[in-house]
Design a protein around this ligand. Structure first.
Ligand SMILES: Cc1ncc(COP(=O)(O)O)c(C=O)c1O
Length: 360
């Protein structure tokens, strides 16, 4: 049977069209976005931004205020920060520098967008296999030391959910001309921030750290991320990137969340509690099946290995409005692997109960 291999999860519109179900009926556990509503203060702030007609004007191209608010949150000077149209836009610029520095190493299986970004610049890269079994220890040592000029790291790793230790990454920094570390999920993983290397950008000029607001705020549609690296590099990127990659609503939302540290911390606490509770529940529930094996995860998604192909299973679930992540688009994973993102308990129960109709 042939099914499309999507490079990303979260294709709810497309799947609703195919299955004939309304989009509200779809349970999407294929994209790893926090399932909570936006904080009400943030929603109101966005409505206010529309009402006061701030979208009538071009956004501030220097992102002066936005950089200042991110700067205060991380205690890093504003000239070392550049906001972008989601982390994905910033991967494209990081990939430009990767290409200028030589061959990139992509730990695999890993997030496919780095490859897309490298292809934009015809930048050379190789895949480096990550071991496909690990224990519950958190954080874990980053397990490979590829012999390339540039190293891409995802912390916590997608799709495995492993959190790499700061010390194991720091020890690698002098071995590479450039290290690009994607911390899109780090604030979601309980204890994740302790392993962040964002502050090491002050010491290591060859380090680029990229963050996203997509996941923890649940604003994939607004498109906000930022990069932290040395300011000379950012000046070069600014010279050649699009004039207005971020829209005013995205800028205003980010400024607000970064300035309102009480709301920001409240959100993170809620997320950490949810990841702890639901992560444990999902892991235990999946362990109850004899034909699949969940692997330990520190964050809001769970990688699972099946004894046999899961393609029919995924198609059957889709027909019933449940989207799980087919992992075939990840290098080194095949049709026996899938990933489930954490949702609220009610939906997690629905996923497990539906799985029981198909597997033992
Ligand atoms: C590891 C990782 N980094 C970054 C992104 C994309 O982030 P953004 O929405 O900010 O472009 C994703 C999306 O799935 C991801 O899995």
């Amino acid at each position: 049977m042939k099914i499309d291999v999507d490079r990303h999860g979260g294709n709810t519109e497309k799947e609703a069209r195919k299955s004939g179900l309304s989009i509200e009926k779809i349970i999407d556990a294929s994209a790893s976005i926090v399932p909570f509503k936006l904080p009400i203060k943030l929603t109101n702030h966005l409505i206010k931004s529309i009402k006061n007609e701030s979208i009538k004007f071009y956004p501030d191209r220097s992102y002066y205020e936005l950089r200042n608010s991110i700067s205060k949150w991380h205690n890093i000077e504003p000239s070392m920060i550049l906001p972008g149209n989601g982390a994905s836009e910033l991967f494209t610029w990081a990939a430009r520098d990767a290409g200028l520095n030589g061959i990139s190493s992509l730990p695999s299986p890993g997030f496919g967008d780095y490859e897309r970004a490298l292809k934009c610049w015809n930048a050379p890269y190789i895949y480096n296999r990550l071991p496909l079994s690990w224990d519950h220890k958190r954080p874990q040592e980053f397990p490979i030391k590829p012999k390339t000029n540039v190293l891409w790291i995802t912390n916590p790793h997608n799709p495995t959910g492993q959190l790499w230790s700061r010390s194991s990454i720091e020890s690698l920094l002098t071995n590479y001309k450039l290290v690009i570390c994607d911390e899109a999920f780090i604030s979601i993983a309980p204890g994740g921030e302790h392993q962040s290397i964002i502050d090491l950008t002050k010491t290591y000029k060859n380090l680029i750290v990229i963050r996203s607001l997509t996941k923890f705020l649940g604003i994939a549609g607004l498109r906000v991320g930022y990069v932290v690296t040395n300011s000379d590099r950012l000046l070069k990127w600014e010279e050649i990137r699009d004039p207005w990659p971020l829209n005013t609503l995205a800028i205003n939302a980010t400024k607000m969340i970064m300035k309102d540290s009480k709301m920001h911390k409240k959100r993170l606490n809620k997320i950490h509690k949810w990841v702890e509770q639901e992560g444990k529940w999902l892991y235990q529930s999946l362990s109850g099946f004899s034909t699949i094996k969940p692997l330990p995860s520190t964050t809001n998604f769970q990688l699972i290995k099946s004894e046999s192909s899961i393609l029919n299973l995924l198609e059957n679930l889709k027909k019933r409005g449940i989207l799980l992540r087919d992992c075939r688009s990840f290098i080194n994973l095949d049709e026996n692997w899938f990933r489930i993102s954490l949702l609220k308990r009610e939906q997690n129960i629905q996923i497990i109960n539906t799985l029981k109709d198909y597997i033992n």
